[in-house]
Design a binder for this molecule. Structure first.
Ligand code: ATP
Length: 262
């Protein structure tokens, strides 16, 4: 006789709603090199998904395929159930729905922090300048930089520049935020201030995909962790699985190699 087995398994966040992003057998090649070899994955609404894995395993490539910075060699990516377009004018519209934050900030050097944030709403969304500046100021406040609104990027620390970059992405009111190793280029003392902003966004329910080498962030903030290896998914699951009880020896080896001890 089978007695009912009690389970502590938590349902995956957002599983009761249609997924925001679906990757179906995504394949990406650079010449003969296979960077992504049939990746299938889904991202639910309000989820913080962290992509981890060795250098060169395809994490950033998947992020770049997400907002059509790369052309796929196979498979497809669906945003809200619709496959990403290939036509440039349509691609631009889709990109507006995703905020991207890069390792290297990529702020406009000759514009103030405020203008960096206001620019997208003015030039892309057609918002009038006064309203865009109000929106930008509110976002600079949100990332703790209201007093630095007039500073140019050269007069901001790396952590502050990255917070401006996050505010700039948020100014487009994206459905999903994509972070590509947002703290990798920062001095250790400024990493925390950027991670804190990301945690705040996560708590507000923003859907986020984060390529990261910050394992403690992935463990504490992610709802779902995906481990990449050689352009494929080695293992995916909630952080408790990946960090405490991985199903694959190679996940354990990867984390052990980083000195991860929980
Ligand atoms: N434009 C490109 N041309 C040729 N090869 C590329 C290109 N972009 C990426 N690659 C290769 O594809 C593989 C996957 O790169 P990707 O940047 O996605 O890895 P990653 O897992 O994000 O690594 P890291 O953690 O070091 O950033 C790597 O071997 C890389 O050298």
């Amino acid at each position: 006789m089978n007695a009912a087995i009690p389970t502590t398994h938590q349902p995956r966040k957002g599983a009761d709603q249609p997924p925001v992003l679906v990757y179906e057998n995504v394949r990406k090649m650079y010449g003969d090199f296979v960077a992504l070899n049939g990746v299938s994955l889904q991202v639910n609404k309000g989820e913080v998904m962290c992509l981890i894995g060795p250098s060169g395993s395809g994490k950033s490539t998947l992020l770049r395929c997400t907002n059509a910075l790369e052309t796929l060699n196979g498979g497809r990516v669906l945003l809200d159930g619709v496959a990403l377009p290939t036509q440039e004018s349509e691609v631009r519209k889709v990109r507006q729905r995703m905020g991207m934050v890069f390792q290297s900030f990529e702020l406009f050097p000759h514009k103030s922090a405020l203008d960096n944030v206001a620019m997208g709403p003015i030039t892309v969304l057609g918002m009038n300048e006064a309203d865009a500046r109000v929106r930008a100021m509110a976002l600079l406040e949100k990332v703790g930089l209201a007093t630095k609104a007039g500073n140019f990027p050269a007069n901001l620390s790396g952590g502050q520049q990255q917070r401006v970059a996050i505010a700039r992405a948020l100014a487009m009111e994206p459905e999903v935020m994509l972070f590509d190793e947002p703290t990798s280029a920062l001095d250790p003392e400024t990493v925390g201030e950027v991670l804190d902003i990301m945690k705040k966004l996560a708590l507000e329910g923003m859907t986020m995909i984060v390529v990261t080498h910050e394992m403690s962030f992935a463990q504490r903030v992610a709802n779902w962790v995906v481990v990449f290896e050689n352009g494929a998914i080695l293992e995916e699951g909630p952080p408790t699985q990946i960090f405490d009880n991985p199903t694959k020896t190679r996940t354990r080896d990867f984390l052990g190699h980083l000195g991860w001890n929980g």
